[in-house]
Design a protein around this ligand. Structure first.
Ligand code: FAD
Length: 367
């Protein structure tokens, strides 16, 4: 019998394999597509932030920075002596209209309690800091400018975690797990992303297609933060000499990953040009789509021990933030598996009992 089997070698799977291996557990990771053609993490925007409503999500975002900043030491291996995640610490800027402002003022209390280091300004002062923004229709904005948020290269981060887990003894193999009961191990971790329901039918996590466009603009702002325009739901960030922009229109029941090209003209371009007048001159240069691992109950993570099994743990349902939460989730699951409870960030609010009781714990700031 195996010691630990992790089903799914995406970003949550490798982070969990790394932390468990560090504690001396013998981990086997089973991944059905080692080229990761449809996995969510390589198709993500790489963003990491602490600007959330709920304290647990704020704290997971804080730990992401701490972990990513140290990987040149912690994830160093013989094979990969200089690991990097290519961090771009441009910060985040979240823009709120009057419809979200009250909630955001509440969120700021949580930011303060967690010492998140975010800054808040009224919309009428926004142009003093970000001269490219049209503040019309906005009430308030929150941002960071001290290199504590930004984005990374998801593939490089995954690679660094995987290499270190392997050096610590983890084994990776190709395989498609059809049923959780086919696995014989002391501990099983389901890290199957948006495909979790195929393994654990009572977990309401399904693929939700989400399109990202690549655009070019004569005016380039390399220092621009990852900006989320909450009134339209559109978000964007610089990427090399171009920009990436996410559509607010996510779709269920899409077996293919063809981007929703019409969203660009109908939703994304108008919202971009409204908020950054220079974006009127955009040219579409490409795009792709990937699946969010959407928790249809409350858009929040589902993490912990599955109450119907002796030995099955799971982590899924990150709905657009699994990359940034992977270090905190890998560490937290390891604490739970080894000691029976969380030792650092208390993640019990993400437990599975709330799902069965249909008790929503909605995180409002999904981008
Ligand atoms: C367009 C887009 C933008 C995003 N932007 C961000 C962002 O900026 N920041 C952020 O933090 N997050 C972002 N996300 C979300 C993030 O990518 C996901 O939340 C995260 O990748 C989930 O990690 P995971 O390991 O659970 O799933 P995945 O990365 O999908 O990995 C799951 C793996 O499990 C394997 N698997 C599944 N079932 C089985 C089985 N039965 N047997 C064997 N293997 C199996 C799959 O092949 C897959 O490789 C974005 C997602 C998308 C699509």
């Amino acid at each position: 019998m195996d010691d630990v089997v992790v089903v799914g070698g995406g970003i949550i799977g490798v982070a969990t394999a790394y932390f468990l291996s560090k504690e001396g557990r013998k981990v086997r990771v089973i991944e059905r597509d080692p080229a990761y053609k449809k996995a969510s993490f390589p198709l993500s925007l790489g963003g990491f932030r602490r600007q959330f409503f709920q304290k647990e999500n704020i704290n997971l975002g804080k730990f992401a920075l701490e972990f990513i900043s140290n990987i040149s030491n912690t994830l160093k291996t013989k094979k990969n002596p200089n690991p990097t995640a290519s961090m771009v610490p441009n910060g985040y800027l979240l823009l709120f209209g009057p419809e979200h402002a009250k909630e955001q003022y509440e969120a700021l209390k949580n930011h303060k309690a967690c010492d998140a280091g975010t800054k808040n300004i009224p919309a009428n002062k926004l142009k003093e800091i970000f001269n490219w923004v049209n503040p019309e229709g906005l009430e308030t904005a929150t941002y960071t400018d001290n290199k504590i948020e930004g984005w990374i290269d998801p593939h490089m981060f995954h690679n660094a975690l995987k290499n270190k887990a392997i050096e610590l003894g983890a084994k990776f193999e190709k395989g498609d797990v059809k049923k959780i009961s086919d696995i014989k191990a002391k501990t099983i971790v389901s890290a199957a992303g948006c495909w979790t329901k195929e393994l654990l039918g009572d977990i309401p996590v399904v693929p939700q297609k989400h399109t990202v466009f690549r655009v070019k603009c004569p005016k380039h702002y390399p220092e621009m933060p990852l900006t989320g325009d909450l009134p339209s739901g559109v978000y964007w960030r610089p990427e090399g000499k171009e920009y990436l922009a996410g559509s607010p229109n996510s779709k269920f029941d899409c077996p293919d990953l063809e981007p929703e090209w019409d969203d660009f003209e109908n939703l994304v371009w108008p919202a971009l040009a409204n908020r950054v007048p220079e974006f009127e001159q955009l040219k579409l240069t490409g795009g792709w789509a990937g699946y969010y691992d959407c928790n249809t109950l409350d858009n929040n993570a589902i993490v912990g021990k599955h109450p119907k099994y002796e030995n099955v743990f799971l982590a899924t349902g990150f709905t657009g933030r699994g990359l940034m939460q992977s270090p905190g989730i890998g560490r937290g699951l390891t604490e739970l598996i080894i000691t029976g409870k969380y030792q650092t960030i208390d993640l019990s609010c993400f437990g599975i009992d709330r799902i069965f009781a249909k008790k929503k714990r909605t995180e409002p700031y999904v981008l």
